[in-house]
Design a protein around this ligand. Sequence first.
Ligand code: PMP
Ligand code: GLN
Length: 375
Amino acid sequence: MSKLPNTPTSIFSIMSQLANKYGAINLSQGFPNFPVDQRLLSITKDLIGKNVHQYTPMNGVPSLLEKIALLTFKNYNRHVNVASEILVTAGATQGIYTAINSFIKSNDEVIILDPSYDNYEPSVLVAGGKPIRISLNDDYSPNFNRIEDAITKKTKLIILNNPHNPTGKTWKESDFEALEVLLEKHDHVLLLSDEVYEYISFSHPHISINTRPKLRNKSIIASSFGKSLHVTGWKVGYLIAPENLMLEIKKIHQFLVFSISSVSQYAISEYLDFVDFNQISKMYLRKKTLFQNLLKNSQFELLPCEGTYFQVVNYKQISSKGDTDFAKELIVNHGVAAIPISVFYKDLTDKQMLRFCFAKTDETLIAAAEKLNEI
Ligand code: PMP
Ligand code: GLN
């Protein structure tokens, strides 16, 4: 009777629970442990006494929608229609789930690029669709031959995630050019672009689907204020999509949640006037460099990290164990929690890799590195 008979509990819950149980330093689940900006806190405190506690309009608080449109224009030079092309969601998770369930019907195929973030496949399965999981190249860049081979008449959607969780890979100009050629040829296919790490790109400025006129009219883009404003627990994200797609998404959204937490929306709306989005990559670049330097003499081999706040490492020199077992051992015996990469593959491909989250205070990163260097 289960709709998801083969879907386990999310690895993020499992690893964070284990980290808590054993008192390990938690570099597993992706959330910052540094303090939230005082300005956001004081805006929120001031708001609590005001008239902000009832349902908001279904799309989102009007001032927040205006500011999302402004942000999209400033960063990507795209004019989005405030009334018809933006939807505020309970985190990107609900946005992605809703988008998938708005378009995917029984037997529709959805191409997912592995390793892939864990909420894509279950959302497709609940919709009755068929996830078609294809591996990225060994360096985690997209392989367009494989993608094209997987496209059929039943293909409804391709999901891409850039910058990429868990690998930290980012898409290049040439990747987008190839995608444009492909989707021109297969024009029945829609795109869902998960860009929750859009403001954490190190190697080059983030290339958003918002900046691609050939793609954006067939795309739904997911963003997350949880990630961008360091408040993952607030669960505020948003979707941008052309009106014809957004109309369908809103039909589902109105019966899934109708509207999302009012106070968070008003607070974020006010706070956005003070956020310098250019600082986010700079702050995380400093943390990435710190963490990489701290581990440079360890037995872990560090993979390139072009974006996101995740550092992938290879532990082949330390152990021959599978990555899930090794991740558990790392918690129990060495006091540091990480995420095994194999869980992001359909076939659990195990390349003996772990993902560490470096969205942490310097003290936390130093303490974790000390433990990791002892191994
Ligand atoms: N997509 C990716 C790639 C993620 O890493 C996450 C986790 N933040 C989400 C979507 C979900 O975002 P949110 O926390 O806003 O629901
Ligand atoms: N996106 C976060 C990560 O990759 C986890 C979010 C969650 O716990 N669902 O770690």
